[in-house]
Design a protein around this ligand. Structure first.
Ligand code: BGC
Length: 731
């Protein structure tokens, strides 16, 4: 005991001495100062070469013959530290869905795979978003990563977008809030998070040559609003600009986006890093870019020697380089990278991570159709035929930079082949959380068979022989490519049509990266959308099918009846020769997804916000108060026989004489049978107003505002109104 005390005493002396040293030699280590003050003090000490060293960095994965840089842990990117001043090296890893291990650069190192972004968005649950972020942040930290390339919040403007699965759906309020919560979860672990890809990276087809064209006000009210909310709620240390052009200028060299909107209007204090291979010139630094990432993918290391020369010649003011360096350091201080440095080799509780992944995946499952009495399945079911989707091997995940390998490695990897930048990433990963095994576990007395679904005749025979059928429909989506249409690939629609025709008790489980068409829908007994469900997806699917939990997911994207219901029925750029610039005209403006459906009156297959539950909910006693904004409250009652979770949604339906439809609030609540809870929320005035591009301000027209509470964007039951005062707000 005495010895321990002595050690403790000498450690205290050491800590005191270090603190003293910090106060004098390294005043920026004084934790009483603000991150701004600390960054300013440190930045002053940097040499020109040290500043240049901070503003660019290589990839840290072995790809295209490139070697992992010396000193890097190995993942997406690396910025060497400055030991003389105690600046830690920056090790960057992807993404929102877990800590990645691209091309197995850290041999055998897995991580907790969270469900896809769309699955998270389907939970309508900001608490789960935070908890998921915290898992990612904890694991990043334990593996030695201090920057997590997370926070994907591009709005889903096209159901075919190959990266919709990484993002959070089509609504700025939903996506912005969930992204903000997830970013906060990551950063609370002492790891910087990004928010990405700024902005309008709305499709993957020829993403380096797509020019997103949009009206300024519409942009502010949609994709930019999602970013703005995510930044306000999550305070990400960095913003990653995108591959595409926006209104004629590349996003990473877009002075309007970076200097005017982000840094001036929003007062953003962190740094802008480029996407990997998204920098075309040195003068991007003048246009607001602070750091060139993944530099080997660019034609030159623009922010290396060329930038140094430009500063020396006075073409780039030294003050601008200092500002970029200060921004990087500021975010590093703010997230705690100096005070609590990360180190690889930390212990990781993967069971705890998997439990969060399972909770999120379960709440993300959306019950789209249910013939009364079919679901939830009785555990006494005698025989169940599970068909297709590699359901024996695990659940599917999306491809590209966000792909997470589970601890111990994926159970099954099916290479798809392919060339180009994303070629090495084109494989389907199945993680080992097998829905087949999970179903067997929940229903131990049932005879559960598996047919791989390759031959329709054998699948039909299996379906006919069983009481219940669970047939899977998989759609692999990946970064760098879009789905060519909304069908399930590899003939699975024909398989499902045959199986659902053979047995009326067939339940279709979809594992997709976004909306798909369902030509067999009328025949299916039940349909659930399970998305890419992560580490414990198999268990989550079984839990919902057997009613261990309520089905409480709601669609964060409209499922269209056909692609013709969208403004761009032909995928822009598809078939063009590479390196040809083309316009993607976002003529829907801010009316993305359900908002445009509300205008055109087209009937989707399933509307935004839709999802069935195993119980029923009723809404009553709506109170709407006006003034500077709208305060809305109402009662939600579980009117059914089972406990359940509801995601009540509040929509604006009219604003001072204008018909609109916008989600202005949502909640996720759990209710016992017969229980009533009051939901209360205050609308953010920006979702009530419009952006006045000329005045560069948000504007609310004074007048009557109508709201409706509903179970989806197309099922509005309670209606109310109140007067809102005319006002304008800062951009
Ligand atoms: C993706 C980014 C990712 C980066 C680093 C790019 O291909 O677009 O989302 O963070 O690679 O891996």
């Amino acid at each position: 005991m005495i010895r321990t005390l002595k050690v403790a005493a000498s450690l205290a002396v050491l800590a005191f001495a270090t603190a003293g040293h910090a106060q004098t030699d390294r005043p920026w280590m004084n934790t009483k100062l603000s991150p701004d003050e600390r960054a300013a003090l440190l930045e002053k000490e940097l040499t020109l070469d040290e500043r240049i060293g901070l503003v660019h960095g290589p990839m840290s994965m072995p790809i295209f013959g490139i070697k992992k840089p010396e000193g890097a842990i190995g993942s997406a990117g690396y910025i060497p530290g400055i030991p003389r001043l105690g600046v830690p090296a920056v090790n960057e890893s992807d993404a929102s869905l877990g800590v990645t291990n691209p091309l197995n650069v850290r041999p055998g190192d897995g991580a907790t795979a969270l469900p896809s972004g769309l699955s998270l968005a389907a939970t309508f649950n900001t608490k789960l978003a935070y908890e998921g972020g915290a898992v990612v942040g904890r694991e990043a930290r334990a593996k030695g990563f201090n920057v997590q390339l997370a926070g994907g919040v591009n709005l889903a403007r096209d159901p075919r977008n190959g990266r919709n699965f990484e993002y959070l759906g089509e609504d700025p309020w939903l996506a912005g809030n969930l992204a903000g919560a997830s970013i906060k979860g990551i950063q609370d672990q002492g790891v910087v998070s990004t928010v990405k890809h700024f902005s309008l990276n709305g499709q993957e087809t020829h993403r380096h040559f797509a020019n997103s064209v949009i009206d300024e006000a519409a942009h502010r009210e949609s994709d930019l609003l999602a970013f703005q909310i995510a930044i306000e709620k999550g305070q990400p240390g960095s913003v990653m600009c995108a591959y595409n052009l926006v209104n004629g200028d590349y996003s990473c060299g877009n002075t309007h986006l970076l200097n005017d909107v982000l840094k001036r209007d929003w007062g953003y204090k962190g740094w802008v890093m480029s996407d990997w291979g998204a920098v075309q010139a040195t003068d991007y630094i003048l246009k607001g870019l602070d750091q060139q990432s993944g530099e080997q993918l660019d034609a030159q290391v623009w922010f290396g020697e060329p930038l140094k020369a430009a500063v020396e010649k006075g073409e780039v003011p030294a003050a601008r380089l200092a500002d970029a360096s200060r921004r990087i350091l500021r975010s590093m201080f703010a997230a705690g990278l100096f005070d609590k440095p990360v180190a690889p080799g930390g212990a990781i509780d993967y069971d705890a991570g998997a439990a969060v992944a399972r909770a999120a995946a379960t709440e993300g499952v959306v019950l789209l159709k249910n013939r009364p009495g079919l679901l939830p399945l009785a555990k006494t079911a005698k025989s169940i035929a599970v068909i297709g989707g590699h359901a024996d091997a695990g659940v599917l995940s999306g491809g590209g930079s966000s792909q997470v390998a589970p601890p111990g490695g994926a159970k099954t990897i099916i290479p798809l082949g392919g060339e180009g930048m994303m070629g090495p990433f084109r494989s389907q990963y199945f993680n080992g959380s097998s829905p087949l095994a999970a179903i067997r576990k929940v229903a131990p007395d049932a005879k559960v068979s598996f047919d791989d679904g390759r031959y329709i005749a054998s699948a039909v025979a299996a379906a006919k022989a069983a009481d219940i059928v669970v047939v899977f429909g998989n759609q692999w989506m990946g970064e760098g490519e879009d789905a060519a249409d909304l069908s399930l690939p590899d003939g699975q629609d024909a398989l499902i049509a045959a199986v659902t025709a053979a047995n009326p008790n067939a339940i279709v489980v979809l594992q997709t990266g976004g909306p798909v068409s369902m030509p067999w829908l009328s025949q299916a007994g039940a349909v659930v959308e399970a998305w890419y469900s992560g580490a414990n997806g198999g268990e989550a699917i079984a839990d919902v099918l057997f009613g261990e939990v309520d089905a409480s997911g709601r669609l964060p994207m409209t499922f269209p009846a056909s692609i013709d219901q969208y403004p761009r029925a032909a995928l822009p750029g598809l078939g063009l020769p590479d390196k040809t610039q083309f316009d993607v005209v976002y003529s829907e403006g801010a009316d993305v997804g359900y908002r445009r459906f509300a205008q055109t009156g087209a009937k989707p297959l399933f509307p935004f916000g839709y999802g069935l539950s195993y119980t029923t909910f009723a809404y009553a006693n709506l109170k709407v108060t006006g003034g500077q904004t709208l305060d809305v409250s109402f009662d939600v009652t579980n009117t059914g026989q089972r406990p359940g979770k509801d995601a009540p949604q509040v929509y604006l339906t009219g604003a001072a004489g204008k018909t609109v439809q916008r989600l202005i609030g949502f909640d996720k609540i759990e209710l016992k049978p017969g229980e009533t809870r009051r939901v209360t929320l205050t609308a953010d005035p920006r979702v009530l107003g419009q952006f006045d591009a000329k005045a560069n301000r948000w504007a609310l027209t004074g007048g009557d505002y109508q709201v409706a509470v509903g179970a989806s964007s197309a099922d509005l039951t309670l209606k109310g109104a109140a007067k809102v005062k005319a006002r304008t707000l800062k951009p």
